[in-house]
Design a protein around this ligand. Sequence first.
Ligand code: ZN
Ligand code: ZN
Ligand code: ZN
Length: 294
Amino acid sequence: MDGAKVRAIVLGTAQDGGYPQPGCMSICCERARSDRSLSRTPVSLGIIGSDGTCHIIEVGRKIGEQIEIWKGFGGFEWPLKSASITHAHLGHTDGLRLLGREVMGARGITLHCSESMLSLIHQTPTWNILVEGGVISPRPWESFISFEPSPDCGFTITPIPVKHRAELSDNHALLIRGASGSLLFMPDQDSWQETLEGSTIREWLSSLGADSALIDGTFWSSSELSGRDMSEIPHPTVSESLELLGERADDDPDISFFHLNHTNPLHDESSNEFAIVRSMGWKISEPGDVYVLG
Ligand SMILES: [Zn+2]
Ligand SMILES: [Zn+2]
Ligand SMILES: [Zn+2]
């Protein structure tokens, strides 16, 4: 493909449970059941290399719908050349088995992940069979070491370790860097304090060289989950992130919130909370958002 550009397309924006979330009969999800255009699939990013190859970040159970979004945008080519996975939690990995014999019958998709994620794959028979059958070819990354997901794709991925409940695997944010731009993909983190280690969000993004960032926007506020202990599922709230960020200045990175829990009022474009984020100059991710990176 001559003169083609590296592009990243947001395919999913919801937290692992998706929106609407199974079992939630409250107004947050009933809204999305009565108007399916409001529904959202768990976080995922498609990347088209400068050579036309296709790569995905996170392999969730809604990969079928996500490929439809990608096809609508253009540039989708099957088979995928590579997949990268940030960590083992449900919505980030529960589509892996769709790559196998029962559904897509893929062969030799390079799977980029951490050593810790890879050892979980080997210990999990329903995943290991994908490795043994040649469906996926795992290639473990090293933290902070940039790699090209396939030769000549025109972009690199740099895994940045980020603390997040590690009962199954460790967790990485992924920095995607093309010739003219870079995008950080960070769906999950426990806290800004642990991630930033004393720096500000702006300093941290600048040290990574990230022009744009998709960041953990799971919950709007800490009072969001009635009846559940939120300390069991730690995430900085969007309110807290906004307090740390303040208003956006012209030379600030382009930051967009995603990985939204079904309870998050940011799913509703007419909410006050949505208006607050926009008025401060930040964004809420939508499927089909495009980042030109090279
Ligand atoms: Zn998640
Ligand atoms: Zn709900
Ligand atoms: Zn997680």
